[in-house]
Design a protein around this ligand. Structure first.
Ligand code: CDP
Length: 228
């Protein structure tokens, strides 16, 4: 069974996906980490992303792995642990441009399909319910006001990167810029799948959102079992 959770930054996708996966015993895949990882790999490789050949070479050399260390997922690119580095505000600003490239999106598809094979999984990102798993069993689309999303992200950033002095205004502007880029790109833009359940998380706690998701999951499972 596959559950997808899409939506813009700061809506609580990852937190809710992790909690839901724990509750219903599914495996969780944060596809944002994959896009962040390949973007970091491109920056470190100093390639010209406008050159198709260089880009193709780059994606063919990209090896992505997830390993659990003390119950926390760690992300590796060609055997280097990039877990912290891929969350930095500087990198975040560059991911959307890179994620809009068709060569990149196509190269990352098999990694996502392989992960979803043979196991009950929850994927979160931007295009899971539309482009990657249009046949997913359950799709959620999370929204929230940009102000509250920026507030949540700002809290996260000052905790994780206290020395970077990120301001709320900068965080809000970055989020708006990224939303615009993600939803207006031609290749697999961020949008709600027609059959996705929309949850506005602006005034909801994580527990409330996860509760709604779990309730819906139980309804689907009950319906499937009855139909057998
Ligand atoms: O956690 P946050 O929502 O800030 O971002 P993320 O999920 O880590 O994704 C970072 C960026 O990767 C997004 O802004 C998108 O540009 C890109 N992305 C994408 O294009 N498709 C996905 N399935 C996941 C992420």
């Amino acid at each position: 069974m596959i559950i997808t959770i899409d939506g813009p930054a700061g809506t609580g996708k990852s937190t809710c996906a992790i909690r839901l996966a724990e509750k219903i015993n599914f495996i969780y895949f944060d596809t944002g980490a994959l896009y962040r990882a390949i973007c970091l790999f491109a920056i470190n490789s100093k390639i010209n992303i406008d050159c198709k050949d260089s880009l193709k070479k780059l994606v063919s050399r990209f090896k992505f792995q997830i390993k659990e260390i003390n119950k926390v997922p760690h992300y590796f690119v060609n055997d280097i642990d990039v877990t912290n580095e891929i969350r930095s505000p500087q990198l975040t600003l560059q991911v959307s441009k890179f994620a809009s490239l068709e060569t990149v999106r196509n190269a990352l598809k098999p990694i996502q399909y392989d992960f979803g094979k043979n196991c009950n999984s929850i994927f979160d990102g931007r295009d899971l319910g539309t482009a990657i798993f249009p046949e997913a069993d359950i799709k959620f689309f999370l929204t929230a006001s940009s102000y509250i999303r920026a507030e949540r992200r700002h809290q996260e950033l000052i905790t994780k990167f206290p020395d970077k002095r990120v301001t709320f205004e900068q965080t809000l502007s970055d989020i708006n810029q990224r939303d615009y880029q993600d939803s207006t790109r031609t290749c697999a833009p961020l949008k709600k799948a027609h059959d996705a359940i929309e949850i506005d998380t602006t005034t909801k706690t994580i527990e409330e959102v996860v509760g709604l998701m779990e309730k819906y999951y139980i309804e689907v499972i009950t319906h499937k079992t009855k139909g057998k």
